[in-house]
Design a protein around this ligand. Structure first.
Ligand code: KIV
Ligand code: ZN
Length: 557
């Protein structure tokens, strides 16, 4: 980088709007969507798509709900020409879908393009020519009058040649290429002249598409340009005003949204933002941004993973794991405090139906994602995440202090490995730490009886050093009796601090899970947990397990 970038780069000269309206507007309905995945997107691929791949992509776009799809550049590519023919001849285009093709303003190219579309029920013929100063001066070595003439002459040819194919219901689209860096009054002059030649009507509107071929500045400057065109173009009532933002500065989505607020009716872009250089505007993000504001975009991304995989396969390009709405990690929280908030948020949903979960702007289920990936546990995570996964994967609802105790155990493992712990590994660790605590005392069975004074007595049979043994105890209740029996066994007081239980499973498979927080002698309190079809046995096992965790070696009396 150079020390004084102003010696190399000039700031974009934005237009001055006296009574700017768009900041007060909101988007209340979806725009007309146009997918240019098969044209602008395809032109930007390392390996452009084959006909078969294009067909697969086309069908997916139709299934998502696109009604306008730019399918190629038939005068520039034989594959594209043949693809358009295939779509028409093999009747792949639904009645309510209009295909679109791109062409430059040259008679022979327009002729070939019209030929490619013969027999289609309806089609959009999209002609463009560059009009910006750098292109006039450097690329085409012509002046304003020269590029304006190319636009009007080209439009005249489109009019003449499409008239020879009256079986097609034609819509004409004109793009002053690099509109974003064109003098605004001149862009209007060219567009007005094109409209004048085409003579659109209320029944046959022209599409004037204003591309940010290269994104030039903050998105508000594009919105200003669109509002100015929206309010100054002649015959605005006969024009569908379209935008085509590229993403050079990373703000194409914002530019498109502000452009809609500024008066645009239609947006061209690609799924997941594929396209030249940094891409076209991402139609998935735009659509889902609308959805999260309560507006159905009329595009269906209910199975976002399937859509993402298909697009990755067709484009041979990966979608970033943090890509809005679609990336693998976008609904995942690793941080402990986020997990905690999400866990609490999910627990209180469904009361009024309105989505309000901290850190999740949208319900992953609406995109066909499940909650498994919402919480993932690594060394940054805490009790919320660990207990969320235990609940989802094994139905275990840990009391709060056990959440803290067990998450420290998970943390130690994660710190050691430096890696994430998956749900099944966490369940396994929990079972190892609590359910499989059978040394030194291995529980075999227990029997309770009620004494004449109302007290409970218990006999516990267990294995110790491969020998079957028995210990007995009396208490105010069964758990107190069991704790007293175990106190005798370990020759230290066993005191129950807290007790929780819940059922797990259903029907004949139902079991009870008992969580007992206990103190053994001077040791700090900790938990024993056990599962059994009999709730009393589960409690005794939990106590034995808890004692085993605290007392390495006992010598039973
Ligand atoms: O980015 C662009 O300017 C284009 C035009 C052909 C519309 O893709
Ligand atoms: Zn483009």
């Amino acid at each position: 980088m150079i020390a004084n970038p102003h010696t190399k780069y000039q700031a974009f000269q934005s237009i001055k709007l006296k009574k700017r309206q768009w900041p007060n507007n909101t988007i209340s309905a979806p725009p007309i969507w146009m997918s240019t995945d098969l044209r602008d997107g395809n032109q930007a691929l390392i390996d452009p798509m084959s006909i078969q791949t294009k067909l697969k992509f086309f069908k997916a776009l139709v299934a998502i709900g696109f009604k306008q799809i730019e399918v190629g550049f038939p005068s520039a590519s034989e594959i594209d020409f043949n693809f358009v023919r295939l779509l028409i001849e093999d009747k792949h285009i639904p009645e309510d879908v209009t295909i679109e093709v791109l062409v430059q303003a040259r008679f022979d190219l327009i002729e070939k393009t019209v030929e490619s579309l013969r027999g289609a029920k309806q089609a959009i013929l999209h002609m463009y020519n560059p009009v910006a100063p750098a292109f006039r001066q450097i690329v085409y070595k012509t002046d304003k009058a020269g590029v304006k003439k190319i636009a009007t002459q080209g439009t005249q040819w489109v009019k003449q040649l499409t008239a020879n194919a009256p079986e097609v219901n034609w819509t004409y689209q004109y793009s002053p290429e690099v509109f974003s860096s064109t003098e605004i009054r001149f862009a209007k002059e060219v567009c007005d002249a094109v409209v004048e030649v085409w003579q659109p009507s209320a029944d046959n509107k022209i599409i004037i598409n204003l591309p940010a071929t290269v994104e030039m500045n903050t998105p508000n400057t594009y919105a200003d340009q669109i509002e100015w065109m929206h309010t100054h173009l002649k015959q605005r009532q006969h024009i569908i005003l379209s935008v085509h933002p590229h993403n050079d500065r990373g703000t194409a989505v914002a530019a498109a949204e502000l452009a809609l607020m500024a008066g645009a009716d239609r947006v061209e872009g690609c799924l997941f933002g594929n396209g030249e250089r940094t891409g076209n505007v991402d139609l998935v993000t735009l659509a889902m941004n609308l959805y999260t504001q309560g507006i159905h975009p009329e595009l269906d991304f209910s199975n976002i993973d399937q859509t993402r995989k298909l697009v990755e396969e067709c484009n041979q390009l990966p979608v970033h794991p943090r890509h809005p709405y679609a990336g693998e990690l976008v609904f995942t929280a690793f941080s402990g405090s986020h997990q905690d908030a999400i866990k609490k948020g999910l627990a209180v949903q469904q009361q009024d139906g309105l989505w309000n979960v901290p850190y999740l702007p949208i319900d992953p289920a609406d995109l066909g994602r499940n909650y498994d990936a919402v919480v993932r546990v690594n060394s940054q995570s805490g009790k919320g995440g660990v207990s969320f996964l235990l609940d989802r994967a094994a139905g275990l609802q840990l009391p709060r202090r056990l959440q803290i105790e067990f998450s420290r155990i998970v943390q130690t493992v994660n710190d050691k490995t430096g890696k994430e712990s998956h749900a099944n590994a966490i369940v396994e660790l929990f079972e190892q730490e609590y359910f499989k605590q059978d040394t030194p005392v291995e529980f075999i069975s227990s029997q309770f009886s009620t004494l004449t004074d109302g007290q409970q007595s218990i006999d516990i049979q267990f294995n110790y050093q491969s020998k079957k043994q028995k210990v007995s105890g009396i208490g105010n209740g069964p758990i107190d009796a069991a704790a007293n029996a175990l106190s005798q066994l370990v020759k230290q007081p066993v005191e129950v601090v807290d007790y929780h239980e819940h059922s797990i499973g259903s029907g004949s498979d139902v079991s009870a899970v008992c969580y007992i927080e206990l103190k053994v002698g001077e040791h700090s309190a900790s938990f024993g947990v056990a599962k059994d079809s009999n709730i009393m046995i589960a409690a005794v096992k939990a106590l034995v397990g808890g004692v085993n965790r605290k007392v390495g070696a006992v010598s039973p009396s």
